[in-house]
Design a binder for this molecule. Structure first.
Ligand code: ZN
Length: 293
């Protein structure tokens, strides 16, 4: 069974998608639960992320071991929507990961890892919610087309959050005042944390399917930016590191702002935090996750 452990905070940055990415510094954050690592690497290039580790949030991770307990919980209406699922230790776990190269500004060392759930170690399990892991088998496709957004491509998310996220998309569509252009979900890369030999070493929250980026091209990740709240004026002193410039005055429809439609829905209906309100010097305006990092 897993035990959740909060990570010690260190500061970091978060970054989301990486299209361009310059990055920033970050410190290692934390520690995983069981010990670690999978190595991995590579890819596609995009993703960068930096983030930090929160100490805050830990979301729930129920850990039930036995099925009796699980059944009793499942019987509860509230829990039925988000069942605590545990995968048998012998179940296969596969994922393709990579590391972010600070120099090349892209994902490298792409590598596919195949093991079992029982062999997961360290940060292969979400330190903030042990129900979610880097395994593709732990992810499900969230199809925006089924939730009011016919032209938005599917993304993968940790299965236990799929239902809430689908409803969140429906709420956004019903609002009529917010436009989703693109989403990013599960992406198991080591794109944040300490840099060793020019490579990031910590798994992003996207690696567990417990983070979503909304409209990266209009809600960039800014570095060197310890401002609160986020304002256009304040961002002039920050450096756009990933994604596109944020300007909710010029482009209100796709912009994520505190108190706005996606902000309210993601924080209240899903219970996630906004990357625009995390500690440290990064303001990741496209990003929502369990901790905001
Ligand atoms: Zn993100």
């Amino acid at each position: 069974m897993f035990r959740l452990r909060a990570a010690l905070p260190l500061l970091l940055l978060t970054a989301c998608v990486a299209r361009t990415a310059v990055t920033v510094v970050a410190e290692p954050a934390v520690a995983p639960l069981l010990q670690s690592v999978a190595v991995a690497p590579a890819v596609e290039g995009s993703a960068s992320e930096g983030s930090a580790a929160p100490a805050e949030g830990s979301a729930s991770a129920p850990a039930l071991e036995g099925s009796a307990a699980a059944e009793s919980i499942a019987a509860e209406p509230a829990a039925a929507e988000e069942p605590t699922r545990r995968h048998p230790p012998s179940q296969a776990c596969n994922y393709t990961t990579y590391q972010w190269s600070m120099k090349r500004k892209t994902g490298v060392n792409r590598r596919t890892i195949s093991k079992t759930f029982g062999e997961l170690k360290g940060d292969e399990i979400d330190p903030n919610d042990a129900r979610c892991s880097v395994c593709e088998e732990n992810q499900v496709w969230l199809r925006p087309a089924d939730h009011g957004w016919p032209n938005i491509k599917p993304v993968r998310v940790c299965d236990v959050y799929a239902s809430k996220l689908g409803k969140a998309l429906e709420e956004m569509a019903a609002s009529g005042a917010f436009t989703i252009i693109d989403l990013e979900g599960y992406r198991p890369g080591r794109t944040r944390g300490a840099v060793v030999d020019g490579m990031r070493t910590q798994m992003s929250n996207h690696g567990y399917g417990t983070a979503i980026d909304i409209n990266a091209r209009h809600n960039g990740l800014y570095a060197g930016c310890n401002i609160s709240p986020v304002t256009l004026e304040g961002l002039r002193r920050c450096r756009l590191a990933v994604g596109g410039a944020w300007d909710p005055v010029a482009r209100p429809s796709p912009s994520v702002v505190r108190g706005g439609i996606p902000y309210r829905i993601m924080t209240q209906s899903v219970g996630w935090k906004w990357g625009g309100e995390i500690g440290g010097g990064t303001r990741d305006l496209m990003h929502f996750s369990l901790t905001g990092f």
